[in-house]
Design a protein around this ligand. Sequence first.
Ligand SMILES: NC(=O)c1ccc[n+]([C@@H]2O[C@H](COP(=O)([O-])OP(=O)(O)OC[C@H]3O[C@@H](n4cnc5c(N)ncnc54)[C@H](OP(=O)(O)O)[C@@H]3O)[C@@H](O)[C@H]2O)c1
Length: 286
Amino acid sequence: MQTRRIGDVQVSAIGLGGMPMSIEGRPDEQRSVSTIHAALEAGVTLIDTADAYHLGADEVGHNESLIARAVASYGGDTSDVLIATKGGHVRPGDGSWTLDGSPEHLKRACDASLERLGVEAIGLYQFHRPDPRVPYADSVGAIRDLLDAGKIRFAGVSNADPDQIRLANEILGGRLVSVQNQFSPSFRSSEPELELCAELDIAFLPWSPLGGISQAGELGSRFAAFTDVAKAHGVSPQRVCLAWMLAKAPVVIPIPGSSRPETIRDSVGAVDVKLSAEELARLDAA
Ligand SMILES: NC(=O)c1ccc[n+]([C@@H]2O[C@H](COP(=O)([O-])OP(=O)(O)OC[C@H]3O[C@@H](n4cnc5c(N)ncnc54)[C@H](OP(=O)(O)O)[C@@H]3O)[C@@H](O)[C@H]2O)c1
């Protein structure tokens, strides 16, 4: 498996996004565990989750607990698996997503995530989304405190613009290791953040890289160029999409979501797809 860097560790160049296994439309636990095991078997060593990936208000952290159980029951060596979680989003249980970026909430949320993941320090802890009611510096300041206290090994931010990325890195004393923003063929407005991460040598984790849970299957029909290039390589348009992202910069580590073993196995194959400069230009323009 090709690897890329987060902080001072190497992780698989394709990660696994855990969200589809815990929100609306999620599969049963057995299928989710098979999916996570298939990812590990394929060499995936980065798994993305969040305390907010759940349905009812009584099951906060459903996805974190699921991932912790699946990693524990895998059977093989998982010592190099980096679990990346997030705090700052809240789901009250009515289907909505709300925000709480207060330092008090983030510190409580981190403690709860630590317990669910069953670790002494969280691999990568990401501030999920800026909360307009809380100064960004205060929210990131809480993440810095967690880092200083040894409760998290690495710190990241998500849904941040270039100014927020620079500010977060400053507040963290140059220790910002990752930025997780939406980026896909249908959502390209995070190019400036991707370029900034490449410049600062910070990992860039595209979320919903295939267009999101409801649109991922239609990527090929929505973007003909991805289908054409896929046919030329004898692979899926989704695999081409992830290969196109990997080619953008060495800091890019896509985290496609999966709820079936077949889809994560297919996605991992993106590391072996070599696209020509002409194909990349065509996909850029699609
Ligand atoms: N930071 C944030 O604010 C934020 C927001 C959204 C998501 N995320 C993270 O980003 C991850 C990815 O985003 P996402 O799950 O929303 O969307 P996505 O990765 O664009 O799409 C997920 C869907 O793609 C399908 N899929 C995956 N690989 C495929 C393949 N090779 N061929 C065909 N279909 C494939 C899966 O289908 P099956 O379910 O059938 O396997 C899955 O439901 C999430 O899981 C989550 O960890 C973060």
